[in-house]
Design a protein around this ligand. Structure first.
Ligand code: C2E
Ligand code: MG
Ligand code: MG
Length: 415
């Protein structure tokens, strides 16, 4: 198609829109493929009418639209005077989905993510142009969907970085280059170490200086996270057994799991299996899942949490306060613990009064629902004393201890 437009010969400016529908899979899953086909057909008709010649901006040709695969379409805009015109067309295409997309009386919550690359500004080769438009579309998906993005070098660099991380993660899983560090968690009443949080590190050369904040999202979007989570649970349980048997440790091992697992129906039985292999009492393990992973009313997610509770492990809502858990929803989550997000602790005594009040709000909420509270990111004595005064149960943070290697943890526990 692009060859037909002879872009390189005509030396004109050509815009390429790469469109990928959002939530299309749900239509197929919920209403069947026939409904999906009808939706695609109706969309392609509307797409065509959006780029008709009546629009003075464009001189559309027969070959201006193509369906690449599944729910992916491309639109070629030959001879655009300005790149902004490509943005205007993308905006009109997004408008097609305004208020939902109706097919045979059913309104589907389907939208589009669109990437735009322009010849010759971004690329001179057709295949490169297509690739860059696809790259920009991917960025639109990452930025909340239902939007369009122009290709930029920054986007290309981000994607390259993600690929590097993905490569490093795969190599780490294969070559045993993952490791854990351990962050002690302290009882606010007596300063005893009551738990240890396992934190993942990746030692592949590609991931030097790249922490879990950066590599976990890549692991999640590439599906590697399931293997990684199981690796972490396995390694953490192995360490817990040593702590219990050789160092008289009676506290909990806190293990972070990805929100992805909440939609993995096999996860609870995998956890159970690992607990049995290591003969670890489930009550000595706490699984932390970030609050933002919880989707109100999502049955699969609730089922998984309940199944984990059945297994006997305790559950903590990590980074609490950053998500959107309506208080009325909280009663539905079978959680045992709220971990107040680090950002709220650092706002204590910062002069940011409204935000610093969140600590008290979460504390009171936890008391009402009978949940334990852990404050994370305690960096000063002043913060710790405040938390102690207001009844916080457990605390962790650089003021108390940094995450440490295994040998250092053993020394610390022996103190
Ligand atoms: P998280 O579970 O909220 O872990 C706390 C993070 O905050 C850790 O960073 C820890 O080093 C850091 N932190 C704790 N106290 C302080 C403090 O006082 N000051 C500052 N500046 N930082 C503090 P880390 O290890 O980089 O982990 C970041 C996030 O990555 C974790 O947040 C968790 O969401 C995720 N993560 C870490 N390990 C794993 C894992 O094994 N599996 C999964 N799925 N996610 C993990
Ligand atoms: Mg955590
Ligand atoms: Mg946290």
């Amino acid at each position: 198609m692009i060859e037909q437009a002879k872009i390189s010969k005509d030396k004109q400016r050509v815009g390429l829109l790469y469109i990928d529908l959002d939530n299309f899979k749900q239509v197929n899953d919920q209403y069947g493929h026939e409904m999906g086909d009808k939706l695609l057909l109706k969309f392609s008709e509307q797409l065509w009418s959006e780029i008709r010649p009546s629009d003075q901006v464009l001189k559309p040709q027969e070959e201006s639209i193509a369906r690449l695969a599944g729910d992916e379409f491309v639109v070629l805009l030959p001879d655009i005077k300005d790149t902004i015109n490509a943005g205007k067309v993308a905006s009109r295409i997004l408008d097609i989905f305004d208020g939902g997309f109706e097919v045979e009386g059913i309104t589907h919550l389907t939208y589009a993510s669109i990437g735009i690359a322009v010849f010759p500004d971004d690329a001179k080769e057709p295949s490169e142009l297509l690739h860059f438009a696809d790259t920009a579309m991917y960025d639109a998906k990452q930025n909340g969907r239902n939007c369009f993005r122009f290709f930029t070098q920054e986007i290309a660099d981000t994607i390259k970085q993600r690929q590097k991380i993905e490569y490093g993660l795969r190599a780490s899983l294969e070559n045993d280059q993952l490791s854990l560090v351990f962050m002690p968690i302290f009882d606010c009443d007596n300063d005893d170490i009551v738990a240890v949080e396992a934190l993942l590190r990746c030692n592949a050369p590609e991931l030097e200086k790249i922490g879990p904040d950066q590599f976990i999202p890549v692991a999640e979007s590439t599906g590697l996270i399931k293997d990684i989570d199981l690796w972490v649970i396995d390694a953490a349980l192995q360490r817990l057994v040593t702590l219990q048997q050789q160092h008289n440790f009676t506290g909990k091992m806190c293990i972070n799991i990805s929100g992805v697992e909440l939609n993995n129906e096999h996860f609870p039985s995998q956890v159970k299996g690992l607990l049995e292999i290591y003969a670890v009492a489930p009550c000595s393990v706490e699984l932390e899942v970030t609050e933002t992973a919880l989707v109100a009313g999502n049955k699969a997610c609730l089922d998984t949490l309940h199944a984990l509770r059945e297994v006997g492990v305790s559950l903590a809502l990590d980074d609490f306060g950053t998500g959107y858990t309506a208080f009325s929803q909280l009663i539905h989550y079978p959680a045992h613990c709220l971990k107040i997000d680090r950002s709220f602790i650092s706002d204590l005594f910062s002069g940011n009064d409204p935000r610093s009040k969140m600590v008290l709000i979460i504390q009171n909420l936890a008391e009402l629902y009978g949940l334990r509270v852990i404050a994370e990111g305690v960096e000063t004595e002043e913060q710790l004393n405040y938390l102690k005064r207001h009844g916080c149960d457990w605390a962790q943070g650089y003021f108390l201890s940094r995450p440490m290697a295994w040998d250092d943890l053993l020394k610390r526990l022996a103190m």
